[in-house]
Design a protein around this ligand. Structure first.
Ligand code: PMT
Length: 413
């Protein structure tokens, strides 16, 4: 998820550094936006070193090639302001937009969390209370300050909540808002998902296979069912079947092809997360081979390309691509070759990415040139990002984002 971390000018700005680090560690894409006053307490370099993006210069400088405040506001899944000073709360409540942070707050439709921090007298002032009441009425969540030591050695209420409390509040709001937005968005849709690595028999004892655990495909099936779809999972993995999902167990590419083809006939969406073996022994021995066998290999059927050739109108086809070098460049070419709508690329040479891990990091390429980067996070988080792109396609929308690269070298399948 994309989080804008607003920091205004109070001594608690030093605690915002820890908030930033923890949100990044939780797998979120964090862009810090500092007011001029915040920069007097903590340098921008500190946030730039820890966050996903460098601190944007200000309202007059483009950020990632777009107008900074609208680009940040529209892309954000959540904006959190920590610390939020009395001055920042007043300007936000009044609808002012005289710096990058207040302009971003006005430009976003995402949930906003504010974490006030100030001296007790200011916290208890009716102006602050009224500004907070106005913001609460507009749906802004407030993480209230705590009692304790304040700047200048004073004691009282007004100290910003601890980073752990703020991060827990942010994650709870993100969970609630993404669950709410997604709930039922695939209801009435039929979704077919493949998972796991197929096993191609050499003889009754040995197989050719790969490292796929099936975790990513099972996460996609589970997420699609949670979002209301009727899901068929065709899996070569031994993982338990997700609840509420029709599960078909297969072993080889040929079995997977037959099961997928049958299920895909009336499907709205097919997601091929399986690592289908690209080749198999031309003839499996029906007795155990003794000694070193001389294997003659043949290609397996390309299930995804077959689906693309026979697809029914409006059906959305999604492939995955496991790559180890020039991942996005190669995948861009694979997307065209396979004729799919979306290709989910994982660079499986990166730590925590792809085969067997509980986490993944992907780029989703669209046949419309769209491109979405999903930062390292749980496979469920990646599954929901893929299904967000699928749901946008079903609604007739585009994938989003910038152009993909293209080229023309020879490829594996
Ligand atoms: O299972 P996990 O341990 O959780 O790991 C997840 C994963 C890395 C397996 C998954 O995220 C992934 O990348 N799956 C696709 C791996 C792969 O086989 O990529 P590929 O580039 O070889 O194939 C491209 C696409 O064509 C895939 O959608 C594949 O399912 C499909 N294909 C490939 C060969 C074939 N004969 N038929 C196919 O349909």
């Amino acid at each position: 998820m994309r989080i804008v971390l607003g920091v205004s000018g109070g001594i608690a700005a030093y605690k915002a550094v820890e908030v930033c680090r923890r949100l990044v560690d939780a797998g979120h894409h964090v862009t810090p936006v500092l007011t001029e006053a915040a920069r007097r307490f903590v340098g921008a370099a500190t946030f730039s070193a820890l966050a996903s993006d460098p601190v944007p210069e200000g309202i007059w400088e483009p950020f990632e090639g777009r107008i900074a405040h609208t680009g940040l506001g529209r892309a954000a899944d959540l904006v959190v302001v920590a610390p939020a000073t009395a001055d920042l709360l007043a300007r936000y409540a009044a609808g002012m937009a005289d710096d990058l942070l207040t302009a971003t707050l006005l430009a976003t439709g995402a949930p906003v969390v504010v974490c006030p921090a100030m001296h007790t007298e200011m916290w208890e002032h009716p102006a602050v209370a009224e500004n907070l009441a106005t913001l609460r009425r507009r749906g802004v969540r407030v993480v209230p300050p705590e009692s304790g030591r304040l700047a200048g050695g004073d004691e009282g209420t007004g100290r910003m909540a601890e980073p752990g409390t703020i991060v827990a509040a942010v994650l709870a709001v993100l969970d609630a808002s993404s669950g709410e937005a997604r709930r039922g968005d695939l209801s009435g849709r039929r979704v077919v998902v493949s998972a796991g690595g197929t096993r191609e028999a050499i003889d009754p004892v040995r197989v050719i296979t790969n490292r796929s655990s099936g975790k990513q495909g099972h996460a996609v099936a589970e997420a699609a069912a949670d979002r209301g779809a009727k899901v068929t999972l065709v899996t070569a993995s031994a993982l338990p079947a997700p609840s509420g999902v029709d599960t078909v167990r297969v072993e080889s590419a040929a079995e997977m092809e037959a099961a997928i083809d049958a299920a895909a006939r009336d499907a709205d969406v097919v997601v091929m997360a399986a690592a289908v073996a690209d080749f198999r022994p031309k003839a499996a021995s029906d007795q155990k081979v003794h000694g070193v066998p001389e294997l003659v290999l043949e290609p397996t059927p390309d299930i995804l390309a077959g689906l693309a050739a026979r697809r029914r109108p409006g059906q959305v086809l999604v492939g995955f691509a496991a790559e180890t070098e020039d991942a996005v460049g190669r995948a861009g070419r694979k997307l065209e070759r396979k004729g799919v709508d979306l290709l989910v690329v994982n660079d499986v040479s990166a730590p925590g990415v792809g085969f067997e891990h509980d986490t993944n990091e992907v780029t989703i390429l669209g046949s419309d040139g769209g491109r979405i980067n999903v930062p390292l996070g749980s496979k469920r988080l990646v599954a929901d990002a893929v299904l967000d792109a699928v749901a946008a396609r079903l609604r007739g929308g585009s994938t989003a984002g910038a152009d993909t690269e293209t080229g023309d070298t020879g490829e594996s399948r």
